[in-house]
Write a protein that binds this ligand. Structure first.
Ligand code: 2P0
Length: 333
């Protein structure tokens, strides 16, 4: 690795206890703490190269130079690193997303985590992972949790103290855990999470109850993880996701990311459970359904779902690791 370059891989994560709302939009400070599972199947590789010949940052995604609006987001984010390093040098960013197109999963979590890891290396900052997670957070809230593998908690922190809201690993989840994505629709969502959460905080009368309930769910889910109680973990996960979507329905105008096939998928998962295989759904700011299950049951679950969905709609993932710095020889693009 050259001393002005950073190469990093970060996996995406799915929240089991959801983040939905900010108390400080500029600093991306959340209304509640959240907890996620990092997934192996979906990741972003990013290279950051400091380049004194550049007059502005350049951002390439999957080999294509990105438009001004996207570049500005990256520039704003990289300013945090420039400031920390006391430098003004411009940067070339090359990112490659590994998310099966059918999965329709937003990749901002892995994107900003990989960019943070690569920038930490390129600017030679040597930030610890929890501190680096406070930087990643400023790109996209959910990316805070993608710094680590397994089950990860993103602590909401205190007041407007940016350093108090960071991620920590809870458990490496090496105990027969997996996730199956049922891809219902891969088109871009109509309402971004950023706007959706703002609208929910501002107008849903259920919002205070959501915040209170998410705090209790977090305590209970951490107990379930500590006891390796998969059924309890699944029950809390499913209930928390439903509460988040219920809170959104209470917004003005109401918000729903669901489609008819989302409900079909939820019902099919319930049927599998009634047949004795424990599996639980969670959904994010889109129509796709994620199924938390045991790795040892995933093939059987998939077989059942194949009666109702196409095989390319069913994408399995094992538990993923935290960010990894890559060597030049690992850079395959
Ligand atoms: C989560 N989601 O905890 C929640 C659950 C979607 C539903 O974090 O505005 O892209 O960049 O902080 O992180 C998606 O929102 O939003 C998200 P910003 P982000 O995973």
């Amino acid at each position: 690795m050259k001393n002005n370059e950073g190469l990093c891989r970060a996996h995406t994560n799915i929240a089991l206890i959801k983040y939905w709302g900010k108390r400080n939009e500029e600093l991306f400070l959340p209304m509640n703490s959240s907890l996620s599972l990092t997934l192996d199947a979906f990741y972003t590789d990013t290279k950051v190269s400091l380049d004194e010949t550049l007059e502005e940052d350049l951002f390439f995604l999957d080999g294509e130079l990105q438009p001004e609006k996207e570049r500005q987001k990256i520039t704003h984010f990289l300013d945090l690193f420039r400031q920390a390093a006391n430098q003004t040098i411009k940067v070339r960013v090359e990112s490659y997303n590994h998310v099966p197109t059918a999965a329709g999963l937003a990749s901002s979590a892995s994107a900003f985590a990989a960019l943070a890891g690569a920038a930490n290396q390129a600017f030679n900052l040597g930030l610890s992972l929890p501190t680096l997670s406070t930087f990643a957070r400023r790109g996209s809230g959910s990316s805070t949790r993608s710094l680590f593998g397994g089950f990860v908690e993103w602590k909401m922190g205190i007041d407007d103290d940016s350093t108090s809201s960071y991620a920590i690993p809870i458990d490496n989840a090496d105990w027969d855990i997996a996730m199956l994505v049922i891809a219902v629709n891969k088109s871009k969502k109509k309402l971004s999470s950023r706007v959706g959460m703002k609208q929910t905080v501002a107008t849903s009368p259920f919002y205070p109850a959501w915040v209170e309930s998410a705090a209790t769910d977090l305590i209970e889910v951490k107990k379930a993880i500590a006891a390796r109680n998969f059924i309890r973990l699944g029950e809390i996960t499913e209930a928390n996701g439903m509460k988040m979507h219920g809170t959104m329905l209470g917004a003005t105008p109401p918000i729903s990311y669901w489609e008819p096939d989302s409900i079909k998928a939820i019902k099919k998962v319930q049927e599998i459970r009634e047949q004795g295989l424990p599996c639980y759904v969670t959904m994010d700011a889109g129509p796709n359904v994620k199924v938390l299950c045991r790795q040892s049951d995933i093939e059987q679950i998939k077989q059942y779902l194949l009666n109702y969905f196409k095989s390319e709609q069913l994408i399995s993932s094992k538990v993923g690791a935290g960010i990894q710095l890559l060597k030049h020889s690992d850079w395959m693009y």
